[in-house]
Ligand binder design. Structure first.
Ligand SMILES: C[S@@+](CC[C@H](N)C(=O)[O-])C[C@H]1O[C@@H](n2cnc3c(N)ncnc32)[C@H](O)[C@@H]1O
Length: 207
């Protein structure tokens, strides 16, 4: 991994990847709700952009064994962790992992669903990442963004501390910027807040 962003991600996760799934269970709210929603849908392929340790992809594979799943991540250290678990569970025929950047990775195929689960707030250029995702979703496909919100209903002090804490992990929440971008680019979306603005989930479609 030679580009600066991938190096940064490897630095963020160098040690924390070993306790990632246990520790993030309490912070990354809404992931299981999103997976349940996906599990009810009729899709053939899903790509998770910023799939990390493969936690979500493995859960999706267990829900439905006939669909093809793809994971992209900037950090090869996180992907090594994912690869190990996927092999252990013998899911390598169903889940295919790719190392690269959300902003530019070329899959040469389109997916029914793309998912950004707590990854869009970490990419260096969220506009490029979304444009690339829009290129890779089929015309009737859906992109889901689950991420940290603006903590609207939290006291100011907690809000400030949360932003400082997230910055330590190179996380920069940008809900309002995302919505402005979608409006400017005529991308349709529905959104709802989770836990008083702690996080949000947005469903994007091309039409
Ligand atoms: C907070 S983790 C979320 C992992 C997983 N989606 C989950 O819900 O547990 C964010 C992941 O996004 C990846 N990431 C950050 N910037 C990226 C980029 N530009 N392209 C691809 N992956 C990226 C990080 O390496 C990390 O694995």
């Amino acid at each position: 991994m030679f580009d600066p962003h991938s190096k940064r991600m490897n630095t963020v996760y160098r040690y924390t990847r070993h306790c990632y799934d246990i520790s993030r269970k309490f912070f990354l709210l809404g992931r299981d709700g999103l997976l349940e929603e996906l599990g009810k849908q009729d899709y053939k392929s899903i790509c998770e952009v910023g799939c990390g340790t493969g936690r979500n992809l493995i859960k999706l594979a267990k829900m439905n064994s006939s669909n093809k799943l793809f994971g992209l991540d900037a950090s090869d250290l996180m992907l090594k962790k994912a690869e190990k678990r996927i092999k252990k569970l013998r899911l390598e025929d169903q889940i295919c992992l790719h190392t690269g950047l959300a902003e530019e990775y070329e899959f040469n195929k389109q997916f029914d669903i793309l998912v950004f689960s707590y990854s869009l707030s970490m990419v260096a250029d969220y506009k490029k990442a979304l444009n690339n995702a829009l290129e890779h979703v089929s015309d009737d496909g859906v992109i889901y963004v689950l991420d940290f919100g603006n903590f609207e209903n939290f006291p100011n002090l907690i809000k400030k501390l949360m932003y400082k804490f997230l910055k330590l992990f190179s996380v920069y929440p940008g809900k309002n910027e995302l919505f402005s971008f979608l409006k400017r680019n005529n991308v349709f979306y529905e959104t709802r807040d989770i836990a008083g603005g702690y996080s949000f989930i947005t469903k994007l479609t091309k039409s």
